[in-house]
Design a protein around this ligand. Sequence first.
Ligand code: PRP
Ligand code: MG
Length: 179
Amino acid sequence: MNQDIKEILLTEEQIAEKVKELGAVLSDEYRGKNPLVICVLKGAVVFMADLLRHMDIPCEMDFMAVSSYGSGTESSGMVKILKDLDTSAEDRHVLVVEDIMDSGLTLSRLMELLRHRRAASVKVVTLLNKPERRKVDISPDYSGFTIPDEFVVGYGLDYAEKYRNLPFIGVLKPEVYSS
Ligand SMILES: O=P(O)(O)OC[C@H]1O[C@H](OP(=O)(O)OP(=O)(O)O)[C@H](O)[C@@H]1O
Ligand SMILES: [Mg+2]
C-alpha cells in the first residue's frame, strides 16, 4: 500500500493536532445546541470518529451515504443518495462532517437538501479543502487544511475503495490511477 504513495502530505501527528483544535472550536460553537452531527459516508468516517471524541458537549450523530466519484478520480457531477438520515433534521442545528471539499458538488447538494428539510442551521466542517478544483460557489464553514490540486488518499479517503485505512494523508502516484 505505502509503495503507491508519492509523498506524505499530512502526517498522523499533524492531523491529530488539527482535529483536536477543530473539536475545541466546534464545542464552543455548539454548546447548548445539541447539534445533529452528520457523517458523510464513507470518506468522513475516520475524521468523524476522531472529531467527536474532541467535542466535549452533548450531541447526536447520524450518517448519510452519497456518491459522486464511483471508482475514478473525477466527480461524475451526479450526486446519488445511497443512505439517508435516520433522524429528522427539522429545527436541528446540523453540522455536516466531510473528509474533503473538492468540486463542492457533494456538499452543495447536501446543504440544499438539509435546508429544504428546514434545519435550524446547517454548517460544514471539512478536514481538507481543495479550492482549485471548485465547480460550484461554496466554501466550508470550518476547514482543517487547504491542499493543492492533487489526488490524495488515507485517513478515510480512497482510490477505488483502497487506502482508507492509512493513518496519514498522502498523494497517490499518478501511475496507480492512470495504468
Ligand atoms: O467536492 P466533491 O468533488 O463532491 O468531492 C468530495 C466528496 O467525494 C468523496 O466521496 P465519494 O463520493 O468518492 O464517496 P466516499 O466518501 O464513499 O469515498 C469525498 O469523500 C467527498 O464526500
Ligand atoms: Mg471517494
